[in-house]
Design a protein around this ligand. Structure first.
Ligand SMILES: [Zn+2]
Length: 314
């Protein structure tokens, strides 16, 4: 039997799990709830029981499992130590070591979930075939992950790939969650796009399809309206894409990756969005035609389990 590995993506509500062939083929995926009671004390035990049961159900022997990888919603030190993981209630622990003990000594690796998702997209998603990739996740915030030589580059202080907090505009007066002003996240995240839309509506009396949503306008409303030809919505999207293109041009001239993978809810706008990002990316880095390409993420919510499984194969 070919060797298998397990991918685990721990979120604040559910834990996603998957069994993979070494080749990257997903054998089976499933979910269990994240029990956060009691400082998250039951999470790892639940995972261990679920993994054991699922391996048995599939007739997979322990010796055929190379190990289990785990993505966690917070900073993880290279030895697996977690100082604090707010979303799970964890403090001062080494979840990789604990899970390994619960799984009878199975090899367990762990990493920050954004970085792990980037690894997954490099392995079997929008960055497949490349080994130097910057993943950008445009969701509630803007996350990122750097993969170099096929491995996660978390940086010396865990800041590697935190492109959402790169400063892009001086005019911004509101504060970002990080304490900064003018972060990319404030304009290019789903939250940021919705806020820019509210600002645009307040700043003029021009008609726009976005007005029917009022203050409840979402990034999806903005992107849909822009795609349908709404001028004001198109300007909001153009601004978000321009700042993202600016950041990508800076990253291209710093680590020169082969590929930028754009994922997260906002990326569902597809090539409508990435074509504008690409326009500014090229405009802002005229120094060379030969640089990383921009592609769309392919794995959606499964990127985390793919990347977690890949952690074991590094
Ligand atoms: Zn910030």
């Amino acid at each position: 039997m070919s060797k298998k590995c397990v991918g685990i993506d721990i979120g604040g509500t559910t834990v996603k799990l998957g069994i993979f062939e070494e080749s990257g083929v997903l054998v089976e995926k499933w979910e269990i709830p994240t029990r956060k009671e009691n400082g998250g004390a039951y999470i790892l035990g639940d995972i261990a029981e679920s993994v054991k049961a699922k391996l048995a159900e599939n007739g997979i022997q322990e010796e055929d499992v190379l190990g289990a990888g785990m993505g966690l919603p917070g900073p993880v030190l290279p030895d697996g130590y977690v100082e604090v993981c707010v979303n799970l209630g964890w403090r001062d622990m080494n979840p990789a070591k604990e899970l390994s003990a619960l799984l009878g000594g199975m090899k367990v690796a762990s990493g920050n979930d954004a970085n792990v998702a980037a690894l997954g997209e490099m392995w079997q998603g929008g960055g497949k075939g490349y080994s130097d990739v910057l993943m950008v996740t445009l969701g509630t915030g803007v996350g990122g992950g750097v993969i170099l030589y096929g491995k996660i580059w978390a940086g010396r202080h865990g800041l590697g790939g935190e492109i959402g907090h790169m400063h892009v505009r001086d005019e911004e007066k509101e504060y970002c969650n990080c304490g900064g002003q003018g972060c990319l996240e404030q304009v290019a995240s789903a939250t940021g796009i919705a806020r820019e839309a509210r600002r645009a509506m307040a700043a003029s009396d021009k008609p726009s399809a976005m007005r029917q949503f009022g203050d409840q306008v979402t990034a999806k409303d903005v992107l849909d309206a822009a795609k349908a030809g709404d001028e004001m919505a198109a300007e909001v999207v153009e601004k978000a894409a321009r700042y993202l293109g600016l950041v990508l041009s800076h990253v291209a001239l710093t680590i020169d990756p082969e590929c930028f993978v754009i994922g997260g809810g906002v990326s569902r706008a597809g090539t409508y969005l990435t074509d504008i990002v690409d326009k500014y990316y090229k405009l802002y880095s005229p120094v060379s035609e030969n640089k990383g390409i921009i592609s769309l993420a392919k794995l959606g919510n499964d990127a985390g389990i793919f990347g977690a499984a890949k952690l074991i194969l590094e």
